[in-house]
Design a protein around this ligand. Structure first.
Ligand code: FAD
Ligand code: ZN
Length: 484
């Protein structure tokens, strides 16, 4: 099935009539009901340009009451709704189909931090608060909001929770789900569920918030969340470490985790090609090592005191790893600027891979003991299916999560390479399943991986998910043709 084929669940919907558009417009006001294609354009296209949608209407409500009214009207007239927050999603979930039948509901104007209790370690953020703004608000109160993704300047809390985002801090703080105490959600029929509790312990039945986290806009509209805050690290020690053998990454990781425990807050693996691409295409990007190394790992240790203990610990641990012949070299950041420069190498990989042409991307996880096997076998598979294609694996090693991106062969046409996407991805995903892994570690299913979902879930799992969807959205108006 091509990515552009409208799914059956979308085929039953029709665009709103002019009269219904007028009623939607009356809810948010004409300035926030976009019908002009130019004004709609930023909401209809995602960053990778794989999905370009169509709609009669983009609605930008400014209050939760307006969201309730929009959903009640959509429910009455059987209008399909695509929720969108920051539009940084990587699986097409936030983009309507090309049929033009759905309306887009942007939560971007719900952008208030409603409350922040530093001593109580909680804050309440609306769905359209950017992750960066949420982090800043916590920081100003002397606390840390631990979720962190390279897209932090644009992605928003609503999207982060709807996708159960992961990112660079999962190793010691957990993914988005782990940062949530309560949710406020508008249901498919327009009713409001106020579940903004700030309780760590609450065993009063099914955990409803966990249904909506990771539901990718298919079960309800998240309008606000009670988020957990934690102690702010007083110092962070960062180093880029070079290894000559992929097989040594796991013993090195285990060794470091044994000595640092939860102080090890990042352990990000990068294949050689990542550094080649970012240093070739990025301004001010430098490989800190004199000689090229096949593998590098970006490490961060966080400390709760500012006495230099984190840096000393990291130096000792790396010296020991060197003696054990696990690592070949290490570059320590001695200032926040140097640390930012090392992080920039890691965080710009996706962006600076673009000049190398077409890229087929995978966001997989396997048990961490299987990462080396996965990368080695996947590289061989790719070489067999498309000789000359260039794998660019990198990611959150400590979480077993590898972004297995593949750049096109230098001499091939981009379209010819991208036409191989289904064949290559199916082979990579088959290997992932064989190794006991997941075909979506953090980006979700959306539209991109919907076709594969039934082949990696059991019938029982698919039945349970469909039953939940049926219970919360019986008309199927919430993000049809996504996820399920
Ligand atoms: P959107 O793109 O607007 O929406 C994503 C999904 O959530 C869609 O299905 C949408 O319908 C649904 N949705 C959005 N808002 C709501 C709402 N209020 N209620 C209900 N459903 C809603 N992701 C990671 O997990 N880890 C990473 O490390 C990471 N790195 C990234 C780096 C870059 C450079 C980029 C561009 C993206 C990266 N992402 C990463 C992907 C993306 O940023 C995350 O998925 C993010 O959580 C999406 O948030 P958003 O606000 O942009 O959501
Ligand atoms: Zn990631």
């Amino acid at each position: 099935m091509s990515l552009k084929t409208p799914s059956q669940s979308i085929a039953k919907f029709r665009p709103p009539s002019a009269a219904v558009i007028e009623q939607f417009t009356a809810i948010v006001g004409p300035a926030h009901a976009l019908t002009d294609p130019d004004a709609q354009q930023p909401f209809l296209q995602e960053l990778r340009g794989q999905f370009v949608g169509k709609t009669a209407l983009v609605l930008r409500p400014g209050t939760v009451v307006e969201v309730c009214q929009i959903m009640a009207l959509a429910h009455t007239h059987n209008i399909a709704v695509v929720p969108q927050s920051g539009n940084t999603g990587l699986v097409g979930g936030q983009i309507p189909y090309e049929t033009g039948a759905e309306i887009v509901l942007s939560l971007a104007r719900l952008n208030k931090v409603r409350a922040l209790d530093g001593a109580g370690n909680v804050m309440i953020c609306e769905a359209g608060v950017t992750l960066q703004d949420a982090q800043n608000a916590a920081q100003q109160a002397g606390r840390l909001f631990a979720l962190s993704l390279p897209s932090r300047g644009s992605c928003c809390i609503g999207g982060n929770l709807a996708t159960n985002a992961g990112g660079i801090n999962v190793l010691s703080y957990g993914n988005a789900r782990a940062q949530v105490l309560g949710l406020e959600v508008v249901l498919a029929d327009g009713r409001l569920w106020n579940g903004l509790r700030a309780l760590k312990k609450d065993n009063t039945g099914y955990d409803l918030k966990d249904l909506f986290i990771g539901s990718e806009g298919t079960l309800g509209i998240i309008t606000a969340a009670t988020l957990k805050l934690v102690a702010q690290p007083k110092e962070q020690a960062t180093a880029l470490v070079a290894l000559d053998d992929l097989g040594k990454v796991l013993p090195f990781f285990t060794n470091l985790q044994d000595s640092a425990g939860p102080a090890l807050t990042a352990f990000e693996l990068m294949a050689r090609r990542c550094l080649d691409f970012v240093t070739a295409h990025g301004a001010d990007m430098h490989d800190p090592f004199d000689a090229p190394h096949p593998w590098t790992v970006l490490i961060e240790l966080s400390g709760l005191s500012d006495d230099g203990a984190a840096a000393q610990h990291l130096e000792r641990a790396l010296a020991q790893a060197f003696e054990l012949d696990l690592i070949k070299d290490a570059a320590f950041a001695t200032s926040p600027r140097q640390s930012a420069a090392l992080w920039a190498l890691r965080e710009s990989i996706s962006e600076l891979q673009k000049p190398e042409g077409g890229s087929i991307k995978h966001d997989i996880s396997v048990p961490i003991s299987a990462i080396a096997t996965f990368i080695t076998r996947a590289n061989k598979l790719v070489e067999t299916l498309c000789p000359g294609a260039r794998p660019v694996p990198f990611g959150h090693f400590g979480d077993g999560n590898i972004h297995y991106n593949i750049s096109q062969p230098k001499t091939m046409e981009k379209d010819a390479f991208m036409a191989m996407r289904d064949d290559i991805s199916d082979a990579v995903h088959e290997l992932v399943v064989e190794l006991g892994g997941s075909i979506s570690a953090e980006h979700g299913i959306g539209r991109l991986k919907r076709r594969q979902l039934p082949s990696v879930k059991s019938d029982v799992e698919m039945d349970m998910m469909r039953a939940i969807k049926q219970a919360l959205d019986p008309s199927g108006i919430l993000n049809p043709g996504k996820l399920l």
